[in-house]
Design a binder for this molecule. Structure first.
Ligand SMILES: CC(C)(COP(=O)(O)OP(=O)(O)OC[C@H]1O[C@@H](n2cnc3c(N)ncnc32)[C@H](O)[C@@H]1OP(=O)(O)O)[C@@H](O)C(=O)NCCC(=O)NCCS
Length: 181
């Protein structure tokens, strides 16, 4: 297991993954303030920087307890973050699994950015965190998210009816998983 390495960040070609920090609050407000980006996520579009700070604090608390990891995604030569990626949850005691999560600013969709990054996050999970199972929960209808998971060897294990509740209604969730080789 290597959380110290996660805290140093990862370099992936022209991208850098850095632990999400307080200084990212205004960038995160811009990212999650876009209704299209959060459409299938468990949050309404952010309207105030305090909401971004709450998310950062949640991510940092998870990381402090080795229960999750969230990096900002940065591109060389560009100000600010272009998305985030990591593990929304990590179970290292009664299992060896992590739930991957990712998002990109709308302008970055359809360019293969996350497809460049996800294999490295998966390798980090399997090799550094010694996970047996990576999983992802996807709101039914989030076709881009399904496509990227399927391209990277995740298998759709099932549809969980009315599994989640946010934004005033229940949502079906697809569960995807990929096991270590
Ligand atoms: C999920 C999300 C990250 C996927 O982004 P994406 O850009 O579609 O994903 P990829 O990086 O795999 O890119 C694939 C697209 O880039 C294109 N592409 C271009 N160059 C490519 C390359 N070198 N490699 C792979 N794909 C490439 C593909 O053709 C594909 O485009 P298409 O879907 O228009 O056919 C993005 O839609 C998002 O941020 N959504 C909002 C947040 C969200 O819902 N997160 C998931 C919660 S479960």
């Amino acid at each position: 297991m290597n959380f110290a390495l996660a805290r140093q960040g990862l370099r992936i070609g022209e991208y850098r993954l850095e632990p999400l920090c307080e200084d990212d609050a205004f960038d995160l407000l811009a990212l999650f303030g876009d209704p299209e980006v959060v459409d299938y996520m468990d949050i309404a579009p952010l309207t105030h920087v305090s909401q971004a700070r709450e998310i950062i604090s949640w991510a940092r608390q998870l990381a402090a307890r080795d229960r999750g990891l969230r990096w900002s995604i940065r591109r060389d030569g560009q100000e600010g973050l272009i998305g985030t990626v990591g593990f929304n949850s990590l179970e290292l005691d009664r299992g060896r699994r992590g739930e991957v999560a990712y998002d990109l600013a709308r302008v970055e969709w359809g360019r293969g950015v996350m497809s460049s990054i996800l294999p490295h996050v998966m390798a980090f999970g399997f090799q550094r965190l010694e996970l047996r199972r990576l999983e992802a929960m996807v709101t039914a209808g989030n076709l881009r998210s399904c496509a990227i998971l399927e391209r990277h060897g995740f298998v759709r294990e099932g549809l969980l009816h009315d599994y989640a509740y946010w934004k005033g209604r229940f949502w079906d969730q697809l569960i995807y998983a990929r096991l270590s080789d």
